[in-house]
Design a protein around this ligand. Structure first.
Ligand code: ADP
Ligand code: MG
Length: 444
């Protein structure tokens, strides 16, 4: 079977452990797949997500090598139910695309308002999304949500869609890329009526990752008309982007101004508590247990991309299942370290000095000076401690940075901080917060 063959090919290209943990768990859905869509089922949302972000492109490429057609790889959760609207019979390219069009409206049922953790970083976006979901077309039209990768934009978009799908509304969810591909396809096949019928007859249009409109003139033109039609009919439009509309380069002025007609909200990187709450929620939803110290460690040491944090949770869970063993903090540390090693490589001692001096209210030059005043010594020790855990610097190289005689002073500082972390819960939290600030400043 084609899907099986593709998975075998992939097996040869990736680490054995990755294969065992994720790829082996996939089931190819031969019936639902077509030449332009390859559908796999994963046992849980985390694995689905992981495969989709890490391997979709690679899988798609392998299909292309094998069949000459590059399909869109989709991964859903469960054993797979056949789409009731799936066209039957001939596999001409029109039915394929009709199917693709249906697919694009499929929402991830686990992305709901209830499963979204609200904190001050995303409260505004959450509330706006919820109000728009309740009164589509009436309040803010369009609603434009922007923010960095993995902060929950797509989740909110699906939440609006799921909410309204349950109330019998006609919802279309599409990424800008899918919109564009379908547009070109219909244009080429002289079937633009169908395309227009579809996109202009819905109650709610959810457009994900609109930044890809950048410099796509024809698609912009088509979207402009779609927008006008829907907006004029008081149909709701919700868009996401990684940037404010003003910052999307090569966007026609008339579209930009329309994007600004309604409400523009941003999602900020989560604060530590929100990150912790999100991790707990993900564990709860996926039936995974992690001790609090592990949850805190992950939250403090990973960047802000929740998708990457989910990757860590899956890896830990897969390990626990495989070894039939509890997850220890040390193991979690290792997994986290491997994951962020590449990112960490670009953190410098200067970055750490900058954050610590700002947070503890001392000057950067004081930290690197020889001053023995108490608060400066404390700040310097914290910098040393964080530099040891966040950068590849050795003790001698840190000693050199601070103009110390040799590494014994560095090792003394490490010892002091370790003692304080051990004995003082508040201090430990403070260090975790600092570490979080440093890693998120450099990974964004
Ligand atoms: P974006 O579209 O902003 O790149 P996503 O919406 O795809 O990010 O989110 C990435 C992952 O993180 C998803 O699995 C999503 O459920 C999760 N996530 C992000 N923010 C939250 C949150 N506040 N509460 C719960 N899950 C979240
Ligand atoms: Mg997204």
């Amino acid at each position: 079977m084609l899907g099986q063959e593709i998975l075998k090919l992939l097996k040869q290209e990736i680490p054995q452990i990755e294969y065992e943990r994720y790829i082996k768990q996939l089931r190819y859905d031969e019936e639902a797949s077509r030449s332009d869509i390859a559908l796999f089922h994963a046992p849980n949302p985390l694995i689905a997500r992981w495969v989709k972000t890490r391997y979709a492109e690679k899988l798609s490429h392998l299909f292309e090598i094998k069949t000459g057609v590059k399909p869109e790889v989709q991964v859903d959760v469960g054993k797979g139910k056949k789409s009731p609207q799936a066209p039957r019979g001939g596999e001409n390219s029109e039915t394929l695309h009709a199917k693709a069009a249906n697919k694009s409206t499929i929402l991830n049922p686990s992305y709901t308002f209830e499963s979204f953790v609200v904190g001050s970083s995303n409260q505004f976006a959450y509330t706006a999304a919820q109000r728009v979901a309740e009164k589509p077309g009436e309040l803010y039209n369009p609603l434009f949500i922007y923010g960095g990768a993995g902060l929950g934009k797509t989740h909110l978009l699906h939440a609006i869609g799921n909410y309204n799908l349950a109330r019998g509304k006609q919802v279309i969810f599409t990424t800008l890329e899918q919109f564009m591909n379908q547009f070109t396809h219909h244009l080429r096949n002289h079937t633009m009526d169908r395309f227009r019928d579809k996109f202009r007859s819905c109650d709610i249009l959810l457009l994900d990752d609109i930044q890809f409109l950048s410099r796509k003139e024809e698609t912009q033109k088509e979207l402009f008309h779609t927008f006008n039609e829907l907006h004029g009919a008081k149909k709701q439009i919700v868009m996401t982007s990684d940037q404010h509309p003003k910052k999307i380069a090569g966007l026609e002025e008339r579209l930009r101004s329309r994007f600004e007609w309604g409400l523009i909200v941003d999602i900020q990187p989560p604060e530590l508590e929100t990150k912790i709450a999100i991790i707990k929620k993900k564990c709860e939803l996926n039936g995974i247990h992690l001790d609090n110290d592990i949850v805190n460690y992950i939250a403090a040491n990973m960047g802000n991309n929740i998708r990457e944090i989910e990757g860590i949770i899956i890896q830990l869970n897969a390990f626990a299942n495989m070894m039939n063993q509890r997850i220890t903090l040390d193991f979690a540390k290792n997994v986290v370290k491997n994951q962020i090693k590449e990112k960490r490589e670009n953190i410098t001692i200067d970055d750490i000095v900058k954050v610590v001096s700002r947070e503890l209210n001392v000057k950067p030059s004081e930290i690197t000076s020889k001053s023995r005043s108490r608060n400066i010594v404390a700040a310097r020790r914290i910098v040393i401690y964080l530099a040891r855990s966040l950068t590849p610097n050795s003790m001698p190289s840190l000693a050199q940075y601070f103009g110390m005689k040799d590494h014994t002073a560095v090792s003394h500082a490490m010892k002091k901080i370790n003692e304080m972390i051990e004995n003082d819960e508040n201090f430990k939290t403070k260090i975790e917060e600092l570490s979080h600030k440093i890693t998120s400043a450099t990974t964004e």
